[in-house]
Design a protein around this ligand. Structure first.
Ligand code: PEP
Length: 248
C-alpha cells in the first residue's frame, strides 16, 4: 500500500493574524503539490484568517491545541466543535512542548485523541524521547509506552486515519536532526508497535511523520525512508523553505 505523504507546519506561538495571512501569501505558490497533504497548524487566533487565506488551495488547516469538553466553564480553552466550525481538519496532540511546559500527561493526551476522533478531527499524535533516554538506550521502550497509553481504547479504524509524529525532543528547535537511519529505526518500530496492538492492515495505513529540525536540506533523505510518510516542521514552516520540503 502506498501512503499519501503529509507535510505539516507547526507554527507554534509565532505570527500575529496579519503576519499569518502574509505567510500564507508567501507560501501559496511554493506549496502546490497535489500528491501531498499540506497542513498549516496555527495558533488559535490565526485559524479563521488562515482558513480564509488558504480557501481554494491544496492547504489544510490544523490547530495546535484544544480541550476535551465541547463547551462550558473552561476559561481560556477552545473546543473541538469550535475548531471544526472554523475550518480545522487536523489537531496536534501530545507535542513535547505541551507535555513538558504545560504538564500534559498521557491520560489527558489519550482523552484528547479519543475526543478528536469523536469530533471528526484528525489527530497528529506526537511522541519522542529526551536526550537522556536516547543516551540511556531506553528510548524504544519509552516510545512504545507512550503509543500504548495514548491509543488506549482507540479503534483500528480510527488508527488508520491517525498521523503519528516521531519527534525526538533533542532534535526539536536545536538544529540537530536525527539521521535518516535513526529516524527510520524509530518510525519502523512505531509501525511494528501498531501491528502488535492492532493488525498488519492498520500498521500499513497509519501515517508516520518525522519531526525535529527538518529543513530544505535534509528533508529529501528523511522522506525517502520507507516508514517515514511525512514531516512535522517547526522553524522551517515559517519560511519559504517549507515549499522545498513539501516538494522534496
Ligand atoms: C516541532 O516542534 O514540532 C518541530 C519539529 O520543530 P523544529 O522543526 O523547529 O525542530
Amino acid at each position: 500500500m502506498s501512503r499519501r505523504r503529509i507535510i505539516a507546519g507547526n507554527w507554534k506561538m509565532n505570527k500575529t493574524p496579519s503576519e499569518a495571512v502574509e505567510l500564507c501569501a508567501t507560501l501559496k505558490d511554493l506549496v502546490k503539490n497535489d500528491d501531498v497533504d499540506v497542513v498549516y497548524c496555527v495558533p488559535a487566533i490565526d485559524i479563521v484568517p488562515v482558513a480564509n487565506a488558504v480557501k481554494g488551495t491544496n492547504v489544510h488547516v490544523g490547530a495546535e491545541n484544544f480541550y476535551i469538553e465541547d463547551k462550558g466553564a473552561f476559561t481560556g480553552e477552545i473546543s473541538a466543535p469550535m475548531l471544526k466550525d472554523a475550518g480545522v481538519e487536523y489537531i496536534i496532540i501530545g507535542h513535547s512542548e505541551r507535555r513538558d511546559i504545560f504538564g500534559e500527561n498521557d491520560i489527558l493526551i489519550n482523552q484528547k485523541v479519543k475526543k478528536a476522533f469523536a469530533s471528526g478531527l484528525k489527530p497528529i499524535l506526537c511522541c519522542g524521547e529526551s536526550l537522556a533516554l536516547r543516551k540511556a538506550g531506553t528510548y524504544t521502550e519509552w516510545i512504545k509506552r507512550q503509543i500504548k497509553w495514548d491509543l488506549d481504547g482507540v479503534s483500528a479504524d480510527e488508527v488508520k486515519n491517525l498521523v503519528i509524529a516521531y519527534e525526538p525532543i533533542w532534535a526539536i528547535g536545536t538544529g540537530e536532526t536525527a539521521t535518516a537511519d535513526q529516524a527510520e529505526e524509530v518510525c519502523k518500530m512505531i509501525r511494528e508497535t501498531i501491528a502488535d496492538m492492532y493488525d498488519a492492515a492498520t500498521a500499513e495505513a497509519v501515517r508516520i511523520q518525522y519531526g525535529g529540525s527538518m529543513n530544505a536540506g535534509n528533508a529529501a533523505e528523511l522522506l525517502a525512508k520507507p516508514d517515514i510518510d511525512g514531516g512535522l516542521i517547526g522553524g522551517a514552516s515559517l519560511k519559504p523553505d517549507f515549499g522545498q520540503i513539501v516538494n522534496a
